[in-house]
Structure formats: C-alpha cells, structure tokens
Design a protein around this ligand. Structure first.
Ligand SMILES: Nc1ncnc2c1ncn2[C@@H]1O[C@H](COP(=O)(O)OP(=O)(O)OP(=O)(O)O)[C@@H](O)[C@H]1O
Length: 334
C-alpha cells in the first residue's frame, strides 16, 4: 500500500501536534476526573494513556474531540485552541475508534468506511475509491468484504473496519479508546502488529487509551501514566518508564515483572554475540536484528531452544542465548 496516497487533508499535512495546557475536568457532581495535566504530543507520535480505572483517560480523549468540554486549561491542535473551532467540523477531522467499534449495523462495510467523507460532501466516486483503499490498507479485501454487513464479520475484522473508518477522511489526529480490548488475546496481538505497520505507513498523531501495560509498551512512542484524580504521574518512552519509573506508584502500576517487559523494548542488536560461537545454526530459530529481546525469547520458547540466531537481510550475523537475555543491563541497547 502506498502511504503517499493518504495525504488528502488539503493543507498537505498528515498529522498535527497536540498540546494540553493545565487541562482539568470536574464533573457537575464534583468528581475530579482530570486534575491539571500539561503535555505535548508531537505530530506523528503515538502516545498511550494508561492508568487504573477511573483516572480520567476517556475523559481526556473526549475533551480532545470536544465531546466533553474542559473545566480549565486549553487543548491546542497544531497550535490552535480547539474550543475556538466548530465542534462538528473538528470531529470530522479527528478519527475516533472505540472499544466496540460502533459500526452502523444496517450499512455495508463500504458505506460504514465512507461515513465521514460522505459528511464532508465528497463525490460518490471518490468516497468509493477511498473506502476500497482503506479496506485494503487494513487487510480486508474490498471485493470480498465491502458489501458485507458488520454482523457478517469477526470481531477482529470489525475492529479493522473501525480503524479504516477513522482514517477515511485522512484525519490529522486519531483517538483510540481501548481499540483492541474486545477481541481475544491472539487476535489482539495480531491487530497490534498490523496496527504498528499501518502507523509506520500513515504516521498519524495518535492518542490511545488502554488498561494493558504490555499493549502500552508495545505500541507507544511515549506513555502517559495517570493516577487517581486524573494526575499525570509520568510521561516517558516505554524504555525509560520500565527502567526508571518516577515513583513507587508508577512502579507498582507498571508491575513487578517489568524485567520481562523490558525485553520488549530492548533491541536484539546490542545484546547479540558474534556468530561462530554457536554450532548447528541451521537448526536454531531465528530473529531479525531489528527485533527485540522479547521476540528472541518467544522464538526460543516456541522451538524449545536455548539459543536463537540473529539474522540481517536473512543472513546470520549473531546469536543470543536464553540466559544472556536476562543479563542485559538496564537501558542497554534500547
Ligand atoms: N458524566 C459524568 N459525571 C460524573 N462523573 C463522571 C462522568 N463521567 C465520568 N465520570 C467520572 O470521572 C472519572 C473519570 O472517568 P473516565 O471514564 O475518564 O475514566 P477512565 O480512566 O477512562 O476509566 P476506565 O479505565 O474505567 O474506562 C471517574 O471517576 C468517573 O466515574
């Protein structure tokens, strides 16, 4: 799929920066959902909001597209205050993906994907072409699936349609509220992988809410950890968060098995030994040099092997043993 095809926003931009300035939300009953949050999301960055239930994650997301108005502070998208923009227009420029997708049950998949372009008044031919393009982009053959209805798809397929629909009008920002939590863990893993490749191609600014620290580590360029009362506890890259939690509260949340999680953000390249120290390399599992130690561990576990061969462009360039995985010091080769 040619990502340059997805540049239809008019001004030639494909992603926007987001700035939260002392953002807060107190609901009418006095609940402080969001305390006083300031943070920046760079254009093209994928930021994950994570924290215990009720810490204000969804409220932040819904303030970004003005489904909820802040009690204080400002939200800037590409430097422009969202409250000064028409809420309906704004929402059409921001993709929104929610847990159970919210597809229209009586509309075909193709029509569902074309929802926002239709609201924006695109002509029919262009809408159809864009719907087909987006379905292909998320791995659903438009000929096969375009005419079906949501109930004729699996949960994972529906989730892909939700992502296609959110991207259809080439939004500058994509908001995702627990987008993968309604599907089983195997499908979820696959969707996450696909989603990362998709993001590498389209490079949208994405704010994604999850409960799942593994998902946050896997997907996020940066992770914002929120605590009770909508406080921002730490805002850091996955590697920094795991190796250097800012407080005990963060450390508790990130979990005790963070040594294992750190494997997911540490690259194979810095931990491998030169090839030649392992025999019978043709019988060993392989991992690409661009992969992580977590990938290396998975390869070893699935083939019941104590070593893995590291390859670059398909050629062996090194190896890693299972015990060496856990000897990699903090922050090494991240
Ligand atoms: N309309 C409302 N009126 C009053 N309180 C609300 C309202 N909506 C949400 N809240 C409260 O605001 C707080 C934050 O809610 P929010 O849905 O943003 O949290 P969350 O972190 O997304 O939670 P979860 O992970 O469980 O989805 C919670 O205490 C919630 O009960």
């Amino acid at each position: 799929m040619d990502a340059t095809a997805i540049t239809d926003t008019g001004a030639g931009r494909t992603a926007a920066s987001i700035t939260l300035e002392n953002l807060g939300k107190v609901y009418p009953d006095g609940t402080v959902a969001v305390g006083d949050i300031s943070l920046e999301v760079e254009a093209g960055e994928l930021v994950v909001l994570i924290g215990p239930s009720g810490c204000g994650k969804s409220t932040i997301l819904r303030m970004l597209n003005r489904l909820i108005e802040p009690s204080k502070g400002r939200i800037l998208i590409d430097g422009e205050d969202v409250t000064e923009q028409d809420a309906v227009q704004l929402r059409r420029r921001i993709g929104y993906v929610i847990q159970n997708v919210g597809l229209f049950p009586h509309q075909s998949i193709r029509t569902n994907v074309g929802t926002v372009p239709r609201l924006l008044g695109w002509d029919k031919k262009k809408i159809r072409a864009r719907s087909e393009e987006l379905l292909e982009l998320v791995g659903l053959d438009p000929k096969r699936y375009g005419g079906r209805y949501p109930h004729e798809l699996s949960g994972g397929q529906r989730q892909r349609v939700g992502v296609a629909r959110a991207l259809a009008a080439d939004p500058l920002v994509l908001l995702m509220d627990e987008p993968f939590s309604a599907v089983d863990p195997i499908v979820r893993g696959r969707l996450q992988e696909e989603f990362l490749s998709l993001q590498a191609a389209v490079r949208k600014t994405i704010v994604l809410v999850t409960h799942d620290i593994d998902e946050a580590v896997r997907l996020g360029d940066r992770i914002a950890v929120l605590g009770e009362g909508g406080r921002l506890l730490q805002y850091a890259s996955p590697a920094d968060l795991l190796s250097d939690p800012a407080s005990e509260e963060v450390s508790d949340f990130v979990g005790n098995d963070r040594g294992v999680r750190r494997l997911a953000v540490t690259k194979v390249r810095g931990a491998m030994r030169p090839i030649g120290q392992v025999e019978e390399i043709e019988r060993l599992p392989t991992v690409d040099v661009g992969g992580t130690l977590y990938d290396a561990l998975s390869a070893m576990l699935t083939s019941d092997s104590l070593n893995v061969v590291v390859t670059e462009n398909g050629k062996p360039v090194g190896s890693i043993s299972r015990s060496a995985l856990f000897d990699v010091p903090n922050k090494a080769a991240v």
